[in-house]
Design a protein around this ligand. Structure first.
Ligand SMILES: [Zn+2]
Length: 195
């Protein structure tokens, strides 16, 4: 499965593309401050499916519940709605289209994990449960599977390579949308009234 880096970059790309208004700002700090709600919620939504590590962590076996019910489109959609409800409660005003964008971001996790080179049985994810109870995995993976059996695995060169590959695949799209949103807007001269 891609790491939080890959999922977050995909989520941020969708968040910046559809929740952030295109306008000129004086600097990065101001831009980040103005859009922190959109950026933070998209990162949370993009990683919500991996909350299924938590029950396993409590019993000392992090992978035991991972990639099952927490990796269904149904849970991703529910997570998107819950995050939207919490955001609506905490923020005075949400950007237009916040709910569909959060749903798309949460579902992007399922799509990204589908394209993971899963090396551990059961291969793939229960993406379409309860409508289809088989594990789904792409025949053409684009993300390397992370090693996470032990702490030494987590900081292994294999994982550094996997995260670098994720960044190379997902960062360019984010840079393009950020560049577009921050590009100076050309102000046309207001039309003059006919005499
Ligand atoms: Zn996942």
């Amino acid at each position: 499965m891609p790491s939080p880096v890959g999922h977050s970059l995909i989520g941020l790309t969708l968040g910046v593309a559809f929740l952030v208004a295109r306008r000129r700002t004086e600097g990065w700090h101001k831009w980040l401050g103005e859009n922190r709600g959109s950026l933070l919620t998209t990162v949370i939504a993009a990683n919500a499916c991996d909350l299924d590590y938590l029950p396993g962590l409590l019993i000392g076996a992090p992978n035991s519940m991972h990639r099952w019910l927490g990796h269904t489109a149904l849970w991703a959609a529910l997570a998107g709605i819950i995050i939207w409800l919490l955001w609506r409660r905490l923020a005075p005003r949400l950007p237009r289209g916040a709910l569909p964008v959060l749903l798309a971001v949460a579902l992007s996790h399922i799509v990204a994990d589908y394209f993971d080179e899963d090396t551990r049985a059961p291969f793939g994810i229960l993406a379409l449960w309860p409508f289809y109870d088989g594990f789904l995995i792409s025949a053409h993976p684009i993300f390397l599977s992370l090693q996470k059996t032990s702490l030494a695995d987590v900081v292994s060169w294999h994982n550094v390579r996997a995260v670098t590959q994720e960044a190379l695949l997902t960062l360019p799209a984010l840079l393009v949308v950020v560049f577009y949103k921050l590009r100076p807007i050309r102000h046309d001269v207001a039309p003059t009234k006919p005499a």
